[in-house]
Design a protein. Structure first.
Length: 808
């Protein structure tokens, strides 16, 4: 006999097959979705599924675990919500929580909740959001309503589970949204405890825009024979996104920003613009400056009040403001529709972070523009980015078109000087508050530069050897318009660039004196009449031609190295870029887009042609022999996978670097500067930070799964809330389930005579039937009682008659 679960699964498969159209189609009709789900999709306005939806939805409907990667704005949220609607079907108040979506940030959780309500409008499913910053009592009440779907952040979810002693045995669908960020942000304890409470036969899905192909990074998620789906690996950014890089000094960034926002040279009027900064203090400073110049703007960072963050995002959605200044809080998953421009005021230290930043624009088929301000210390990070993207960085020239992407150039100095004078006048004489904000922002940026991760050694070497940055022309999009003759402006910029590159001639004057490339110890502090000086002069006269040839060869080699568009390691492995990666034993199935394979082949053929033109001495046969017999010592996708990989020390490196700097406040900076303090028990100085951490981590409790978590998760707030409202425990409460089982066991035991003391058990363990025959004493007793009852009733009747006669 088949079990009920098997029959239900077979029925679900038959229903999907029945809903599926017989004819081949590329739309949602061919997926066999329920009518209510399909109706919600059509109501939302979706006609054709995106590539990630077309690949993932059928696999998820088959019940397989999935690890999916696709670029931002490709429809990943709908890719896991649509199968969830099909599996849950309708509202079931008696089943408890059946699906769980875990997000790294509050904004992403709220965005997913809003999208779920719109897409699942006709399913009738109830969803609840469990995020930090909201009232715990309201969340207790939401769980008591037995929602079908819970969208939560890991910290508050674990707090609620431990506080309510909540059981998650009914959950059979779990989604980790932005999975790599979840495992990077230090949610180890929370995720481990939540995963321990989930049933082992659940379906687990991992979605993100940047995922490594190594399953080792995600073994903590409890995947079972997962299917890897990686789309757009080669094209990590949308082809409709234009990248513009402006090379400038760090002090000129604010002036360039005001120039761009003011004259609308790169940004159209009333277009939505997102500005990314490294620290929250720089966000506050830029917000104050832009408000002073009457720009409609708002700010967003992690330590801001959650209600204020929600209000600012809502204003940006409704276009009440057109500029939003944020930290990297908004780089992950926050969907801001119709976003046109992204400005990187501070260039990110990680290539993966850049992808998430600029991925806010050019979503859902729209065009977008990403502008980055590159200072000298950030140029090495730009080289790392282009190694990660697999693109070539283009340098601006006098005849470059303004529509060219991946182009780096400078800004006309006159435009910068005008804005810098205005800012200096504002900060020094007019507004003292802005001056203090600028000092705090600069101090926070110094902390940021000391703690941000370093770029690769190869990129640092290439950045130092780069000579084209010294006389880099203006970016064509930032050409000097309206300032008179462009030729004079160009000559002035060249003169200013030469002044910037000026070096004092100290040792060089000595070299020119002797007409040599290097002064030896024999020539230092020597007179022209000395013998050693005359010998060295004669030697140099003989070998001068050799010295000039060597110097010319060195200069030519440096120019060739600076003109290289590709990384040396990348050139070495280009011939093997199509080598298949062995996924045996890691994923049960691996799915990639065919477009990426064709794009890779075209890029490879283009690079081979370019290599043949550059190396004219090597023949075609020699190149084929090299490609055939030489094995690369690094993988073909080395730089891409290094950028996608998850770091264990992400919190220590990037937590304060790219999100916020909370230690820039005066009290916390003083506490941080106090390196050691006197320990009375040990009679010596100890590290103050270590002692504080020990005190915080000393109080822990052990959960049912054996995981030690901070004791702050259990505060008896739920018990007091139940007493105040006289509420019963929620249906999924572990204690209630245990008590119910004990009571049922007790009543079942007392139902039979076998379990009762002093009563002989009858046949078959049932209670003996009570006899209806009465004994002699029972009959006599019954007669006596009836006689007394008759006499008592007779006396009452006689008394009533006497009273009636007296009244007459």
């Amino acid at each position: 006999m088949e079990s009920a679960d098997e029959i239900e699964i077979d029925y679900a498969k038959l229903l999907i097959a029945q809903n599926r159209k017989n004819k081949s189609s590329g739309g949602f009709q061919a997926m066999g979705l329920d009518h209510n789900v399909f109706k919600g999709i059509m109501k939302k306005g979706y006609k054709i599924p995106t590539p990630i939806q077309r690949k993932t939805i059928p696999i998820i409907l088959n019940g397989k675990d999935v690890v999916a990667m696709a670029r931002t704005g490709s429809g990943k949220t709908a890719a896991f919500l649509i199968p969830m609607f099909v599996k849950l079907k309708m509202r079931d108040p008696s089943a408890g929580v059946r699906a769980m979506i875990i997000s790294p940030t509050r904004e992403l959780a709220l965005q997913t909740f809003k999208f779920l309500k719109e897409l699942g409008k006709f399913t009738g499913l109830r969803a609840s959001v469990i995020i930090g910053g909201d009232s715990m009592e309201d969340q207790f009440a939401a769980i008591h309503e037995n929602p079908d779907v819970v969208i939560a952040t890991p910290g508050r979810l674990l707090h609620l589970i431990v506080e309510m002693n909540l059981s998650l045995k009914s959950v059979n669908y779990v989604v980790f949204d932005e999975a790599d960020r979840l495992f990077e942000m230090g949610f180890e304890e929370q995720l481990r405890e939540v995963l321990k409470r989930l049933p082992p036969d659940r379906q687990t899905l991992l979605f993100s825009a940047t995922l490594p192909k190594s399953l080792v990074d995600f073994t903590r998620a409890g995947l079972r024979h997962p299917t890897l789906i990686r789309l757009d690996v080669d094209s990590k950014l949308s082809d409709k996104l234009k990248l513009t890089h402006l090379f400038c000094r760090r002090e000129d960034k604010l002036g360039i920003l005001l120039s761009i926002l003011g004259d609308r040279s790169l940004i159209e009027e009333n277009s939505l613009t997102l500005i990314f900064c490294a620290t929250k203090h720089y966000v506050e400073f830029l917000h104050a400056v832009l408000e002073y110049f009457n720009f409609k703007c708002a700010c967003l960072y992690s330590s801001m009040d959650s209600e204020a963050r929600r209000v600012n995002v809502e204003k940006f959605h409704r276009k009440q403001i057109n500029i939003l200044i944020v930290t990297d809080l908004a780089a992950r998953g926050v969907d801001i529709p119709l976003l046109d421009n992204v400005i990187n005021f501070h260039f990110p230290a990680k290539a993966k972070l850049f992808v998430h930043r600029v991925g806010r624009a050019a979503r859902a088929g729209r065009h977008g523009h990403a502008i980055s301000f590159i200072s000298t210390d950030e140029y090495a990070y730009l080289l790392d980015l282009y190694l990660f993207l697999g693109r070539s960085l283009q340098f601006s020239t006098s005849g470059t078109c303004a529509d060219v992407g991946d182009l780096i150039g400078t800004v006309p100095q006159r435009r910068v000087d005008d804005e810098n004078r205005t800012i200096a006048l504002l900060l020094n004489t007019t507004n003292l508050d802005l001056e203090s904000l600028q000092k705090v922002a600069e101090n926070s940026y110094k902390h940021y530069t000391r703690s941000r991760p370093t770029s690769s050694a190869e990129s640092v070497r290439r950045a130092k050897a780069e000579t084209r940055l010294n006389n880099l022309p203006n970016h064509p999009a930032m050409a000097a318009v309206g300032f008179g003759c462009e030729k004079l402006e160009r000559e002035k910029d060249i003169l200013l660039a030469n002044i910037k590159c000026f070096r004092p001639q100290t040792v060089r004057s000595r070299r020119e004196l002797f007409d040599v490339n290097l002064c030896t110890v024999f020539e230092l502090n020597a007179k022209s009449s000395d013998l050693q000086w005359q010998v060295m002069k004669a030697k140099r006269r003989v070998h001068q031609k050799k010295i000039d040839q060597s110097k010319a060869a060195t200069v030519a080699e440096m120019n060739a190295a600076s003109n290289e568009e590709d990384h040396p390691l990348q050139q070495h492995v280009d011939a093997h870029a199509n080598d298949p990666v062995d996924f045996t034993g890691v994923f049960s199935e691996k799915i990639e887009s065919k477009f990426s394979e064709r794009a890779t082949e075209s890029v490879l053929s283009h690079k081979k042609k370019k290599k043949k033109t550059q190396n004219q001495k090597t023949t075609v046969k020699e190149e084929e022999k090299k490609e055939q017999f030489f094995i690369p010592y690094v993988p073909s996708d080395l730089h891409s996978e290094q950028g996608l990989s998850i770091e264990n020390n992400f919190t220590s490196e990037l937590g304060s670097a790219v999100i916020d700097f909370m230690d820039d406040e005066v009290e916390k900076m003083q506490r941080r500067n106090q390196k050691t303090k006197w320990d009375r028990k040990r009679k010596k100085f100890v590290n103050a930070c270590d002692e504080d951490n020990k005190k915080r981590s000393s109080k822990k409790i052990k959960t049912e799964s054996g995981v030690w978590i901070p004791a702050s998760y259990k505060t008896d707030l739920y018990d007091s809330w139940k007493k105040k409202l006289r509420m019963k425990a929620v249906q999924g409460d572990v204690d209630q389930q245990e008590n119910t089982e004990k009571r049922l066991k007790f009543f079942r035991r007392n139902r039979h005579a076998k379990g009762r003391k002093g009563v002989a058990s009858g046949g078959g363990g049932r209670r003996p039937v009570k006899s209806e025959l009465k004994s002699k004493m029972q009959i006599i007793k019954q007669h006596v009682e009836s006689e007394h009852r008759r006499k008592r009733n007779g006396k009452q009747l006689t008394n009533e008659k006497k009273q009636k006669k007296k009244k007459k």
